[in-house]
Design a protein around this ligand. Sequence first.
Ligand SMILES: NC(=O)c1ccc[n+]([C@@H]2O[C@H](COP(=O)([O-])OP(=O)(O)OC[C@H]3O[C@@H](n4cnc5c(N)ncnc54)[C@H](OP(=O)(O)O)[C@@H]3O)[C@@H](O)[C@H]2O)c1
Length: 305
Amino acid sequence: MKINYTKSGIPLSAFGLGAMNLPTYQEQANEILKAAIDNQITYIDTADLYQKGKNEAIIGKFLKENKLRQDVIIGSKVGNAFNMNNDEVTWDPSAKHIKEGIINSLKRLNTDYIDLYMLHGGTIEDNKEEVIHTFESLKKEGLIRAYGISSIRPNVIDYYLKHSNIDTIMMQFNLIDNRPERLIDSIESKDVKILARGPLMKGLLTDKYESILDRKFQEGTLDLSYESIKHALETANKSGNLSELSYGYLMQFPVASIVNGASSKAQLLSNIRHFENVMKSETNNRTINDIRKLFSNLEYKDHLV
Ligand SMILES: NC(=O)c1ccc[n+]([C@@H]2O[C@H](COP(=O)([O-])OP(=O)(O)OC[C@H]3O[C@@H](n4cnc5c(N)ncnc54)[C@H](OP(=O)(O)O)[C@@H]3O)[C@@H](O)[C@H]2O)c1
């Protein structure tokens, strides 16, 4: 497995496991986690919010029982205050919440440090200096090794690029949602790396695209109609496997880890196989550029200033 380093030296497997959709039963989740480890995936992406802490706890139990903490890189996220008794979630990027949040995440994850701690969203109205100061203090205390943000808001991304020492930005990025392209130069100029989430667009960029389009994208997505997505996918599918094309596309950018979600071991293994095919074949950039032209150029429309 290829390892990419962030500017603080955090080693991220080029293919990461997005844990958000892991089953909530330990045994079923263990199967997927074990398959990831067996295939040299060392980056595991979670958040305190996922299943209200259960996701971190499942990962923590698996790592402890298998004595794997030293072998993996954990990314987790903070900023959403959730209520255990109802579905209420409120945004709270205060120092108090982040400091309480990390203590709880560390307990659940059975560890005394998190490799990469991310702000789980964020708005331009937040007290961003307080957020940065808090992340910097956690780093000094040794509770985290590096920090980043997960955001698709250009104004928020721009602020953190200019005023903080973030290592990474997590954003949805794939052939269909190509909005991050416009931000690449500014991200690269700060030596920040991208964690590309949703690389297969909820399964749309796989050979099951027809059924997934019907099941999940009847109304289209991101200003794109059902028909236009279908047409682009049908045409692209004639040139190669859609997952491989999307992975190859992402490899052209400063993406440190392609963070793939999977709800079953079979999905994960199939995605790994396609990722490995791309790594082996050194996919031709010209093919990728031609494929990219089949998909509309999208851009972020909100939160620009
Ligand atoms: N704001 C944030 O910070 C944020 C937001 C979202 C995600 N994330 C992180 O990013 C990770 C990845 O995001 P994501 O889960 O949206 O990514 P994704 O990989 O695009 O979607 C995962 C889903 O796609 C489907 N899928 C994956 N592989 C497939 C295959 N081979 N064939 C058919 N369907 C397949 C599955 O859906 P089914 O379960 O329906 O089969 C799976 O649950 C998450 O796990 C999480 O760690 C972060």
